[in-house]
Structures are given as C-alpha cells and as structure tokens.
Design a protein. Structure first.
Length: 314
C-alpha cells in the first residue's frame, strides 16, 4: 500500500519521532504541492490560517503538535468539517516547570547573576542587589486549564497559597477564585499567565493589572505573548511598578521588543515551555497516533474539544 501524503509545517522531535513520521508517510513541506493532502501537521505557534486551508481542498485533519489553537482558523476548520487534534496533558508538567523556573530566575536574579559572573563583575568586587523570596508569597494563576492546574499542584506542593482566575469558578480545587485579572493581581505577588491565546485573552494583563501586582510583584508568561500588553509591561519594569518578569512567549516571535531586551529585571527564553525530551516525545507520539487513527478511520485520540466556544457562523 502506498504511504499517505501529509503536509508537515512543523517538525517532530526527538529525531527518531521525525524518522517514524517519514517512515509512515510521504512528508511534503511545500503547501504548493499539497492540494491532494488530507492531513496537515502543524505546531501550536505555527497553526494553519484560513488562507492556507483554502489551498488545501482535500484537507480533513489538522494535527497540532501542541495545545494552543489560537493560530488555527478554527471557525473555518469547523465550517469545512476539518478535524483538529492537539496534544493535551503530556506537556503540562514541562510548561509548569518552565513557569516555575522563570519565576525563580526572575525573583532570585539567576539570569542576571549569571551575566554578572561572566562579565567579571563579581571578581572585580561588584555586588548584585537582593532578590525576592518566592515561596513565601501568594501565587496567582491566570488561566486555570490543564497547564494552570498542573502548576497550581506544584506550587501548593511547595507550600504556597494559590489563587486563580478562570471563566468560571471550579468546584473541585483548594485554590481561591478571583473573578478577573485585576482582582487576582491585587491579591498575589507572583502572577503566572497560563491562559489560552486568542482574541478573548488579548491584553488581559494591562497597565492596571501590573500596577495592582505592585512593586514587589513578579509576572511570568508561558502562554501566548498577546495575553500581556508588552508595552505596558516594559514601562512597568522600567518604572519599578513591578519587580521583575519571566517571559517565554512574545507577540511576534522570534522578535522581542527592544525595551524588554534592555530590561535587566526581565528573564527571556525562546518559547521553550514544552521543549523537554520527555514532553516532546510524548507530544510527537500523540501526533502520530492521531494521524494514524485518521487514516485508519478510527476515532481520533485527542480531538480539540472546545468547539462549542466558537460562533456557529463567521
Ligand atoms: C510549542 C505551544 O510552541 O503547545 C503549544 O501551544 O506553544 C508549544 O508547545 C509548539 O506547539 C511545539 O511544537
């Protein structure tokens, strides 16, 4: 039997998972050659636009190697009856770990300290300022989905009190609910952003929220860049309205605004929240499982579930 053709806009990792994809399918990289393909492999940060879908008349499956679907035109996919799959749960620990790492790096000045040592400032008698203790603080989680809840488990395990903001209060958690980002920021000193991207959450963390977080506050974003107003954040860091930030995601990746590059109290990483060998292998396995299920006519293991949140008509 000839192997099905698939369009891959993203890579699977580690390499043996990419090799498995190449062994099972004829992998096409150029959308111009893909008019007959039924399945596309993409990533959370790459997605698939409506214009791209228009070039793929045979498309039946969009397999996302990630959980974010903000870059997929979901309304168009639904209109055409194209299935979308993601890789939930298997990356939650990795992203939660990353959030924790960024918080510690920002609060305890780890990245700044590394630069300080390498630049010879320590050996030449310089002094790094004091950091802020994190584990004695109250944490706030903006976006209490799978990743937010995994992070909450870690924070609680370290003895922290945790608050959260979600669309609705959850009945099954020991963490305290706050109805919006402003109320959450007022009541915590360490604010983690784990909300889904998209128009609903754009600019949720604005100048008012940062002011409410306060001058000892630390902001961490492992979700999507646009959830935080980058201009307001740069201004807050510069003015000392908050103490520091840790950012893994940006509006226009891989470009980072100069004002953030210039901020010493801001730790920057290149969207690596899910980039552990363990998580990426498990994500790749789910992608392969979803594509295989599609071609075998079996139910998809991890279809995207939140279609009900979309308008029926564009
Ligand atoms: C990666 C992500 O960017 O899951 C997501 O939505 O943003 C990340 O895991 C990417 O999707 C990995 O392929």
């Amino acid at each position: 039997m000839t192997r099905p053709r698939i369009l891959a806009l993203a890579e699977l990792k580690p390499q043996d998972m990419a090799d498995r994809l190449a062994a099972d399918y004829r992998v096409i990289r150029d959308i111009g050659d893909a008019a007959d393909v039924e399945a596309v492999l993409t990533a959370g940060n790459i997605g698939l636009s409506g214009a791209q879908m228009a070039r793929l008349p045979a498309l039946r499956l969009i397999a996302v190697n990630g959980v974010g679907v903000d870059a997929v035109d979901l309304a168009e996919a639904r209109r055409r009856g194209i299935a979308v799959t993601t890789t939930p749960d298997v990356l939650s620990l990795a992203v939660a770990e990353m959030a924790l790492g960024l918080a510690l790096a920002a609060g305890r000045r780890i990245a700044e300290g590394d630069r300080f040592v390498r630049a010879g400032q320590w050996s030449s008698g310089g002094k790094l300022g004091l950091g802020l203790s994190l584990l004695e603080r109250r944490a706030g989680i903006l976006g209490y989905g799978r990743i937010g809840r995994r992070l909450a488990d870690l924070l609680r395990g370290m003895g922290m009190e945790v608050l959260y903001t979600a669309r609705h209060e959850k009945p099954d958690t020991p963490d305290g609910f706050r109805p919006d980002a402003l109320a959450l920021a007022r009541d915590c000193a360490l604010l983690f952003v784990t909300a889904a991207g998209g128009e609903d959450t754009r600019g949720l963390v604005d100048a008012d929220v940062l002011a409410a977080l306060g001058s000892a506050g630390i902001l961490v974003n492992v979700a999507r860049g646009p959830v935080v107003d980058a201009g307001a954040l740069a201004a807050a860091l510069d003015a000392g309205a908050i103490a520091g930030a840790g950012l893994d995601v940006f509006d226009d990746e891989p470009n980072v605004p100069q004002a953030l590059l210039d901020a010493p109290n801001c730790v920057l990483t290149p969207h690596i929240g899910s980039a552990t060998a363990e998580a990426r292998r498990a994500m790749a396995q789910l992608v392969l499982d979803n594509i295989a299920a599609y071609f075998a006519g079996r139910p998809l293991p991890t279809p995207y579930e939140a279609w009900h949140a979309l308008p029926l008509h564009r």
